[in-house]
Design a protein around this ligand. Sequence first.
Ligand code: ZN
Length: 441
Amino acid sequence: MIVGSGVVVSCGSPAHVIEDGAVAISGELIVDVGPCEEVRQKYPEARFEDVGGRLIMPGMTCTHTHLYSTFGVGMQFDGPPPKVFSRILEGLWWRLDRALTEEDVWISAMVPLIRCVRNGTTTIFDHHSSPNAIAGSLDIIADAVTRVGIRALLAYEVSDRDGPGVRDEAIGENVRFIERCKRNPSPLLRATFGLHASLTLSDSTLTKCVEASGAREAGFHIHTAEGVEDLIRSIRRYGKPVVKRLDDFGIWNDRSLAVNCVHVSPEEIEILKERDVSVVHNPGSNMGNAVGAAPIEEMISRGMRVGLGTDGYSCDMFEGLKIANLLLKHEEADPQVGWAEAPLMAFENNSSIIAKYWDVPIGVLRPGAYADLIVVDYWAPTPVCESSFHSHLLLGISGGMVDSTMVGGRFLMRHRELATVDEWEIAARSRELARELWNRA
Ligand SMILES: [Zn+2]
């Protein structure tokens, strides 16, 4: 198949733009990218999908989210509105996740997965928690992921907050799913070992996790110094900051994901760099929880792999890009910052992070990469070229403009019509289950 007659943009730095371009696809891979006429002449037998001048871009990727956060939209706190991050966790998220049933887990995954397709996100990293429905929960999410058809890296969040029995079950779920992904590999699914955060993990639990079968090879996916409480508790209880404490247990390696890193010192940043850890920035979530701003400029200037996630705040990575850009400018008090850094995190760095888990390139338009692409109904008011593309991205394009979404050469949405699932049915059931959960949580 050829997807062509569009403005093809490979979203690296600088963005490479082909004004009347095309992408040729064979099976699940891209085999060619170039000027439309050239590509059509090379593959005269190929079916031609004419996108009518729209943008053709790599699918967006999100390297940290929580699918289970679906029922949190509109859920009330159990007391006065919280002022600190740990109370947001206790008063909302931990009440929600403890109330999740197996059906809730499935529906609350389906809704954001569908939204991902609608907003052009084709790969996500999920961090799951359902303490009263742990065993098999990653299989339930994997089923939702496979039905919708995007790619996902899954992990179960281990913590001590519900006691040793729940903790051990959570460790077991990670081990089992990592093993399943090895035994029955799917191009859509990967696994890491999920950990909540230093503040809910005792020394003995960290030791158990590091020693768990397959854990180190899979890498650890952990919230790191997100709220200042994580730092304060680590220093009070263990006499060292979060990154250092986790380093002493061997949590960091080149497949580990240090999520947020808001309250980290230059020495801790150096540890993460030395261990070749990927950092995931979630600017919308950090601003929403009022936890502070991560030292993104410093980490990027040191050449670290800093990617971009949503932390469950949104399924629209174009929105995440815009927030990342604005927060950087605001925090650095420099209007020039952000134009390059936000796209760098969303495209090149997310792709490099994903390459730690998938052998085939993802998030790029080039021969040999997975044919994960989107067509965007964006009628540019000014020329789209290498020098202007980041401005279009940060000031113009939004997820609602995505017209078609393809993963592995298969359209999951074509001209805004979903190909794989009935979203109205899913949304209706989601509202029913959310009401029930709110009543019992
Ligand atoms: Zn998170």
